[in-house]
Design a binder for this molecule. Structure first.
Ligand code: GTP
Ligand code: MG
Length: 647
């Protein structure tokens, strides 16, 4: 088989219409294939399960795939699953009966699913006269006025006589020519509309590929159940193939998964690419024809993808929704599902079953919202807006967790490049801040925070520093590690480092060794503390090289232990006093004197021993040793046996 033949494009056309109006017969008349294959369907003369029938078109590489749906009022759930991802609709209206209940309901569903194109077939014209056809045509024209079918061809046909079939076929081919390629995120996703076992082939799931591609041997995940499996085989149009992709009707044979674990409503996808959720945010339109108000927290049936999930409907900005109105809503699901922003949904009442509205998903992983919160509404408006707004809102939603374009692309089901472009624009507008990467990385992995979040973190960091210094009036800096661990509770270390570097560059803070301070910060001591501190400094300064033990100094000045500790910490922190060793603490000026002496000695003799220094300065060994070891420690000198030399 040539590549061109195996890479056929499928245009998926869903039937719609009232029970017994001739949908299945029409597909059969067009293709020769009867979609009703179940014994029960034959016995009852109605469609129960979705039927999938292929029709060749004169266009190379293009086939029409009919999804034949049931018209029965109790099988709307199946119809919605079948119609959820079609490219075009074939609305079937029997000429003898005209527009009936499920004609309306199916048509409402097609509109709510945002189906863009279609054809209307008036069937069973062999049962009526010409006058009736003309009359019905004009009735139908006004029925579809102002909708996606307002300019659609209305074609009278008979499956019995074959009248109109050629014209219908042409119209179907014409409409299939107008179907554009779906936007592809590049990540494999396929809602499951059938699961079955095929003799000699094993367990199979089937559906329409909404994005990306799938190959034999790929790992795939069945959401929301988290079943990980491997693709053993792929069938497209009844033929075994190595791969399938965007827009194609595809059957996938899964390795080692029981049929019992698979069902319509699941979604197959690249492992980890979707996240099961118990909440979904969306914009809901309530059908005018429903004629009633909808109350907050009403229990409804939410149809999204091929799934039906019982949910509570929470209004965010009102207590009731009037027919014909739109509102932002949150669905609280009774079972988890997966969805992506911009997926369509249909809403039906819990009981009795009625289609009452629909709309699009805006957030497939929302928080539980406070109702009547203006910020929630603003966020949802952004998610309902342009690509730039959606991406900006995703960053706002991420709060203090930096995100990259690839991550957001996955969360909203868009191409990496589309998000990279939006990020570029937002960055230019100053709405995002780049988190300095630790190493060179590709564009799609560069992390950003929303400017508001970034400013929030800066504020948080600076107030942590301020609070620390207010609590420690004797200090002018905060231990860096303490600041870091406080900030790391709300963000990651890359972000923390990036903010610190930024604040240092802007000269807001300074970092010396392991200490960080606000630039220009000065100690604010109370007068009595200042007096004690002055006394301590004076004592060490005057004692010079023969400084007392800290404890001796404390006793001499008669200062309480905790107050003394604070004063000492303050001096050490500012390098006014220096702890050379456990027992020797010098004033900074004394250290400088000692350094001059040692350096002079080294210039002259290249080396100095503890004994040399002891004699030179007429000090005890304790001091001489502490001085030389301190200079070793700060890297000025190094020890070679008992001699200390310049490093
Ligand atoms: N005379 C006449 N009968 C038709 C024509 N098309 C269908 N029928 C008959 O109408 C009945 C219903 O046809 P189906 O095609 O099963 O109707 P359907 O719309 O698929 O019904 P559901 O799938 O159950 O909703 C059958 O008895 C058909 O033989 C037609 O063009 N002319
Ligand atoms: Mg049928």
């Amino acid at each position: 088989m040539s590549a061109a033949q195996s890479e056929r494009n499928h245009v998926i056309i869903g039937t719609a219409g009232h029970i017994d109006h001739g949908k299945t017969q029409l597909v059969k008349a067009l293709t020769g294939i009867d979609a009703d294959t179940l014994a029960e369907e034959k016995r009852r003369g109605i469609t129960i399960e979705l039927g999938f029938v292929f029709m060749e078109t004169p266009v190379p590489d293009k086939q029409i795939v009919f999804i034949d749906v049931p018209g029965h009022e109790k099988l709307i759930k199946t119809m919605v699953a079948g119609a959820s991802h079609i490219d075009a609709a074939l609305l079937v209206i029997a000429a003898d009966e005209g527009v009936n209940l499920q004609t309306r309901e199916h048509f409402d569903i097609l509109k709510l699913l945002d189906i863009q194109r279609g054809i209307i077939a008036l069937t069973k014209i062999d049962l009526v006269d010409e006058g009736r056809i003309k009359k019905l045509e004009s009735e139908v024209r006004s029925f579809v006025e102002g909708t996606f079918l307002s300019d659609a061809p209305i074609i009278p046909v008979s499956a019995v006589t074959g009248a109109g079939l050629e014209e219908l076929k042409e119209a179907l081919v014409d409409v299939s020519q107008t179907v554009e390629a779906r936007e592809d995120s590049g990540v494999f996703r396929m809602p499951v509309d059938r699961a079955f076992t095929m003799r000699g082939f094993g367990t199979v799931i089937a559906g329409t590929v909404l994005s990306g591609e799938v190959k034999v041997g790929n790992k795939i995940e069945i959401f929301p159940d988290g079943i990980i499996s491997k693709v053993r085989g792929i069938h497209v149009h009844h033929k075994q193939t190595e791969n399938s992709g965007l827009g194609k009707r595809t059957a996938i044979n899964l390795l080692g998964v029981d049929k019992e674990k698979l069902r319509r409503g699941q979604c197959a996808g690249q492992p980890g690419s979707l996240k099961p959720t118990n909440r979904l945010d969306g914009r809901l339109h309530l059908l005018k024809s429903y004629g009633k108000e909808l109350k907050n927290r009403v229990r409804v049936r939410l149809h999204t993808g091929t799934a039906e999930i019982i949910s509570r409907l929470v209004f965010l900005d009102r207590d009731k929704l009037k027919p014909g109105e739109d509102a932002f809503v949150q669905f609280v699901l009774e079972a988890p599902t997966v969805a992506l922003p911009q997926d369509r949904f249909v809403l039906r009442t819990f009981s009795p079953l009625m289609t009452i509205g629909g709309g699009s998903i805006l957030d497939s992983f929302p928080l539980k919202h406070k109702r009547f919160d203006s910020q929630t509404e603003e966020g949802l408006k952004k998610l309902d807006g342009t690509m730039d707004e959606v991406v900006e809102q995703m960053f706002l939603k991420g709060v203090f967790t930096p995100q990259d374009a690839a991550e957001i692309a996955l969360k909203i089901g868009k191409k990496d490049q589309a998000v990279i472009d939006a990020v570029g624009k937002l960055l230019k507008e100053g709405k995002l801040v780049e988190i300095a990467p630790e190493k060179a990385i590709p564009e799609k992995e560069k992390k950003y925070l929303h400017r508001d979040s970034y400013d929030g973190l800066v504020h948080k960091l600076l107030s942590l520093l301020k609070n620390f210094l207010e609590r420690n009036t004797h200090l002018v800096s905060m231990p860096f590690g303490e600041l870091q661990s406080a900030v790391l509770k709300i963000t990651d270390s890359q972000t923390f480092n990036s903010i610190v570097a930024d604040l240092i560059k802007k000269e807001t803070i300074s970092k010396k060794g392991s200490k960080v301070s606000p630039v220009g910060y000065e100690l604010k001591m109370k007068p009595h503390e200042q007096k004690m501190a002055d006394a301590v400094e004076k004592l060490f300064k005057e004692a010079g090289l023969k400084a007392p033990l800290e404890e001796e100094a404390r006793k001499e000045l008669d200062i309480g232990a905790s107050e003394f500790k604070k004063i000492m910490d303050g001096f050490i922190e500012r390098d006014i006093l220096v702890r050379l060793s456990d027992k020797v603490t010098y004033h900074k000026e004394t250290v400088n004197i000692a350094q001059e002496v040692v350096m002079a000695e080294l210039r002259e003799k290249n080396a100095i021993t503890i004994a040399d220094l002891r004699d030179k300065l007429m000090l005890s060994r304790k001091y001489a040793q502490a001085i030389l070891e301190y200079f070793d420690n700060i890297g000025l000198t190094k020890r070679e046996e008992d001699r200390h030399v310049i490093r």
